[in-house]
Design a protein around this ligand. Structure first.
Ligand code: ASP
Length: 572
């Protein structure tokens, strides 16, 4: 039983490919062998649902199809039942690749009929299974936490659910199970995990989904070292079981500051070389005014070396310069290292010694290209980070089937929010500071390092977590420093503070974006490929047309009235 993939009438003999989730097989109907079912076969169209009974036979010599897994055999139908017909379809699964994504999401079930998705979801299932088994072996319990809860700050807006019984009150859908998992530690469970659905109402830049799945872990009496070792073992197990790939452990580690210095970002793609060199000190006094003045004004001059980049055409160099400007730089300085001379619009501005020193500092060799950005550090770093990725793309330096993990550690605990004129948590306010930095909390908050860590895979953050504040006084102090008045802290997080006071063990954990991890494992470009029913970039479900209006009666029950605004968007 299955679906007719394609029917072909070859003058008196009908062929169709029968497809089910295990694959495809060719069915043959000829008047001689198939008798009266032949007429029925003539009516079968693509995507009809049929049941076939027949005889499997070797295909006649010369008609085998080596491209098909079942290309050596066929089924001679003796019985054919048409279980369901189709009206005309908006598109056929086979042609989905060339169909607009909006249409594919609207008829997601047709899109999902493609073998590509059987593979993806079989693999998603296997990955989850593997992780469950692994964590079970390690003494973890899978425990569910509530969906209807109150706000957990992870830096996004909440999805709210109005309460019918309590007018004017709202549940929040969890941005993460953060507080519940910490409370499970207070309860004494010691090792918890969950495939948790999380909800974040963010403006959907890039490849994000308003609801997504986290693999969420928490452990008591744990150090960073133990957590890293456990996660590394789990991922190595996952990659070997599901992808038959060996990943090398332990994963390298980079301190946040070092990541910014060497890669310009805290999410470095470590498959690519071309690390950043800071030449500020070298050029501060140089005769090249643009460079020297930038440094004198407190900026930096940083560059990367593109091995064998001297072959880039002028057009490519102009494109890269334009990109750098788009990303916020004032310009891009390039130096093409020929055999004898250096080609660059800036070359004349340097003395021979200065140029030589610059090239030496960059490790430049004949045939290389040197690229520099002279700007504020906050600009130069990210622009060079983007340039690395752009160059890697153009030069195909990073293969999706190579997996390069790196831990980023020692993030700052707090950052200053200029708009709100207050300090805020970089990760979330439950993250613990380094013991030896606690003294700076009040005097120099910017110096305090967080016991937080991110795991980066090929330049994408796949997980993040921290060791938590488990003592009430410290947690309260941090609430105070991020400008949460005591009353509000009590109102919002009183239950946590109380729990910390009731015998909370030291604990810490991590959460992985499960969808994102699968996307990378499968070498997919979008997260929507690994989610059965994803939402669009504008947070709508095209299949069900959610979000949708509700009846006045429902609104009334929920004590809600809608403000009519001039531009009401209709969800598309
Ligand atoms: N709750 C955090 C997050 O969702 C992860 C963690 O700290 O365990 O990013």
């Amino acid at each position: 039983m299955g679906w007719v993939k394609r029917q072909r009438d070859h003058g008196g003999v009908i062929f169709f490919d029968l497809r089910d989730r295990t694959g495809i097989v060719q069915v043959v109907l000829s008047p001689d062998e198939s008798g009266d079912v032949f007429a029925k076969g003539e009516t079968a169209r693509a995507e009809y649902v049929v049941a076939v009974r027949g005889e499997v036979r070797r295909r006649p010599p010369g008609t085998e199809n080596p491209k098909m897994a079942t290309g050596e055999i066929e089924v001679v139908a003796k019985e054919l039942r048409i279980l369901n017909t189709v009206r005309s379809l908006p598109f056929y699964p086979d042609e989905a690749e060339s169909v607009d994504e909006a249409l594919r999401l609207r008829y997601r079930y047709l899109d999902l009929r493609r073998p590509k998705y059987w593979e993806i979801f079989a693999m998603r299932h296997r990955a989850a299974q593997e992780i469950r088994n692994f964590l079970t072996r390690k003494g973890f319990l899978e425990i569910e936490t509530p969906m209807l809860t109150r706000s957990t700050p992870e830096g996004a807006r909440d999805y709210l659910v109005p309460s019918r019984i309590y007018p004017g009150r709202f549940y929040a859908l969890p941005q993460s199970p953060q507080l519940f998992k910490q409370i499970l530690m207070v309860a004494g469970f010691e090792r918890y995990f969950q495939f948790a659905r999380c909800f974040r109402d963010e403006d959907l830049r890039a490849d994000r989904q308003p609801e997504f799945t986290q693999l969420d872990l928490e452990m008591s009496f744990i150090s960073e070292e133990e957590l890293f070792a456990l996660v590394e073992e789990m991922l190595a197990d996952l990659f070997s079981q599901v992808l038959e790939k060996n990943v090398k452990t332990p994963f390298p580690r980079l301190k946040y500051r070092e990541a910014l210095d060497r890669y310009g970002t805290d999410k470095p793609d470590t498959r690519i070389g071309m690390e950043i060199t800071n030449v500020s000190a070298l050029v501060a006094e140089s005769s090249c005014k643009i460079f020297a003045q930038t440094v004198q004004k407190g900026g930096v001059v940083k560059g990367i070396r593109v091995p064998e980049g001297a072959t880039f055409s002028r057009r490519v160099l102009d494109e890269l310069s334009r990109l750098a400007v788009d990303w916020g730089a004032r310009g891009l300085a390039w130096f093409v290292l020929g055999g004898e001379e250096v080609k660059s619009p800036l070359a004349k501005l340097f003395t021979a010694q200065e140029m030589e020193a610059l090239i030496t500092a960059m490790g430049g060799k004949p045939g290389d290209l040197l690229l520099f950005v002279a700007d504020k550090d906050e600009v130069a770093g990210p622009v060079l980070a983007n340039l690395r990725l752009e160059l890697a793309r153009r030069l195909q330096l990073a293969k999706p089937e190579d997996f390069s993990f790196v831990w980023i550690t020692e993030f700052p605990l707090l950052e200053y929010n200029e708009d709100e004129k207050r300090w805020e948590a970089v990760h979330h306010p439950f993250t613990a500071p380094y013991e030896e930095d606690i003294g700076f909390l009040e005097t120099a908050p910017e110096k305090v390092r967080a016991r937080a860590y991110d795991l980066i895979l090929n330049g994408t953050e796949i997980g993040g977590g921290s060791i938590r504040n488990y003592r009430r006084d410290l947690q309260e102090k941090i609430f105070r420093i991020i400008g949460l008045p005591e009353e509000e802290a009590q109102e919002k997080f009183g239950f946590l503070l109380e729990a910390l006071d009731c015998g909370a063990p030291p604990h810490g954990g991590i959460a992985f974006g499960f969808d994102r991890l699968l996307m990378l494992m499968l070498g997919r470009e979008t997260i929507r490929d690994v989610i059965a029913f994803p939402k669009t970039q504008s947070a709508t479900c095209l299949l069900t047309q959610a979000p949708a209006s509700v009846t006045p009666r429902q609104l009334e029950e929920l004590h809600i009235s809608i403000l009519e605004r001039a531009e009401q968007k209709s969800p598309r």
